[in-house]
Design a protein around this ligand. Structure first.
Ligand code: FE2
Ligand code: FE2
Length: 249
């Protein structure tokens, strides 16, 4: 039986989406490894460098996969390490993180799908239905293998994936100022934070990616490298980022 402690919050209270988007834009990207650069370059080669809503759909299909890989690994450890309290606590926390993050990434995917519907964007069935399945299958094999070999490396790769996504979203909103005056028609998207325009919805998704990045950094022992929120005090940052400890402290 999973012993639930307090639910993990994705963000502290009172963050300002616009200030946080500006902070993302002004901060350099993480230093990506060769593997990560190859991965991003390959996606750009196939789908173009410019972020579009159909490309967002692909990113969000992939984004959930590593969390699922961690959850699977955690359950294997829980299955055989049930007698060890440390393994049990770590495994349960990792399952919790995996579920929270997967739910959030799935929201992002739904939002992309709803935006495609609202804008009546035509997509090629081959490139945006068939190929994402191939990408997801390949990424799933990669994520499962990496998680099996080294959870630490898996967390770090995911931190880079999330950093890339955070910057892509911040630039996407900057490059599409019309989003700020586009009202949301979808009842589903209205449930995502109650925002009244598409600009804020994508700003929030970008900020969610920062939270995912921070969680991954903390999980791979780089908690001190987490990215702070500029719209709240240092004290609140310290309290949130360093007390929201999950698996390995
Ligand atoms: Fe996402
Ligand atoms: Fe993410």
């Amino acid at each position: 039986m999973i012993e639930h402690s307090d639910p993990i919050k994705l963000h502290p209270e009172g963050v300002d989406l616009r200030k946080e988007q500006e902070a993302t834009l002004s901060r350099p990207r993480m230093k990506y490894t060769f593997m990560a650069r190859f991965f991003f370059a390959f996606m750009d080669f196939v789908y173009g460098k410019k972020l579009t809503v159909p490309k967002i759909k692909l990113i969000e299909i992939l984004a959930r996969i590593p969390y699922h890989a961690w959850e699977i690994k955690a359950y294997w450890r829980l299955t055989f390490g049930y007698a060890d309290e440390k393994i049990r606590r770590e495994g349960q926390e990792l399952v919790k993180l995996g579920r929270l993050s997967q739910d959030n990434e799935y929201w992002h995917l739904i939002i992309a799908v709803e935006k495609i519907k609202e804008d009546d964007i035509k997509q090629s069935g081959f490139w945006y239905t068939f190929m994402p399945k191939l990408f997801a299958l390949s990424y799933s094999v990669f994520a499962r293998t990496l998680a099996t070999i080294s959870l630490k490396q898996s967390f770090y790769f995911n931190a880079m994936f999330e950093d890339h996504a955070e910057h892509e979203y911040a630039n996407f909103v900057k490059n599409h100022p019309e989003l700020d005056s586009q009202p949301i028609k979808s009842e589903l998207v209205k449930q995502f934070g109650g925002y009244d325009n598409w600009g804020d919805v994508f700003r929030k998704i970008g900020l969610d990616e920062r939270a995912h990045k921070n969680n991954s950094l903390r999980e791979c022992g780089r908690g001190a490298e987490q990215y702070t929120y500029v719209s709240i005090s240092q004290e609140e940052n310290d309290r949130f980022l360093h007390s929201n400890v999950l698996t390995r402290g």
